[in-house]
Design a protein around this ligand. Structure first.
Ligand code: JFH
Length: 254
């Protein structure tokens, strides 16, 4: 996968893109990343990328011209006929999630456009295949969102992790949260690892993990239960947990 980013702060990408998994993916040749300075597509002495909004109002907007010209150039690169998917980051875009990460990880080439100030002149969206947001909060620009999306997408490219990340993730995709996990030591500051995990009884461990995943989802993310497939016994377990919590009772082991 090739990722090109357009930004007025290309240096923001240096740390994340050259660290850990994203660096390894590039070294393995599974992922190519380039950050381009939008100011390289300006023509004035001050290399202006922003201007005041027509009709008045607070703040500045990203101008059309540098963005259109940069996209003209990147999309027409003759050494790379791979069609690009152009993504704009904006607080009013579709919320990024794991399904979108999977969708993007299968694409050959992404161009991500990061704005600053109060966002873009509306006409830039003529060039958008996708408008993405991370969630319902306002960042100062699209750069951090682009890095989050790169991170989530690149780990799904086959060969990037030791294991196939998407295969590994799928084993958890029963609509529930993950079960709790522990590593050595077995006792730390009086905190014990659940004895079943030390028992060596793999059937019992599997059953315990499933039960924990159900309980934890009911407690922390009850909204997810609607989309999960539970047995009748598991539904019982969930409703008894909810009953306990309204009466203030606790279950042994909680
Ligand atoms: C971005 C910014 C818009 C104006 C609320 C009411 C008025 C500041 C480019 C993504 C997520 C972003 C994001 C993405 C790209 C840009 C700053 C935009 C307004 C805000 C103010 C500029 C922000 N998930 N959050 N933020 N900005 N709006």
């Amino acid at each position: 996968m090739k990722v090109d980013v357009l930004t007025v702060f290309p240096e923001m990408f240096d740390g994340p893109m050259n660290t850990s998994m994203l660096a390894i993916a590039q070294r393995k040749g599974l992922f190519t990343f380039r950050a381009h300075n939008l100011r390289d597509w300006t023509h004035d002495r001050h290399r202006t990328t922003d201007d005041e909004p027509y009709g008045g109002g607070q703040g500045l907007l990203m101008k059309c011209e540098p963005i259109f010209e940069a996209l003209d150039e990147l999309e027409s690169e003759t050494f790379d006929p791979t069609p690009a998917t152009t993504v704009f980051f904006t607080p009013v875009g579709t919320s990024f999630d794991q399904d979108m990460a999977k969708h993007l990880s299968a694409l050959p080439r992404l161009i991500m456009v990061c704005g600053h100030y109060e966002g873009f002149d509306e006409r830039v969206y003529e060039r958008a295949d996708l408008r993405l947001s991370l969630g319902d909060y306002v960042l100062t620009g699209g750069e951090l969102a682009a890095m989050v999306v790169c991170d989530a997408v690149v780990r799904l490219i086959p060969g990037v992790l030791g294991d196939d990340a998407s295969a590994l993730d799928e084993s958890f995709e029963d609509g529930l949260l993950e079960y709790p996990q522990y590593t050595r030591p077995a006792t730390y500051r009086g905190l014990e690892v659940p004895p079943v995990l030390l028992s060596g009884d793999h059937a019992k461990i599997r059953a315990w993990r499933r039960e924990q995943a159900v309980l934890r989802t009911a407690r922390l993310r009850p909204d997810l239960l609607a989309g999960a497939t539970l047995t009748d016994a598991e539904r019982e377990l969930v409703s008894s947990l909810l009953d306990d919590e309204t009466t203030g009772a606790t279950r042994e082991g909680d």
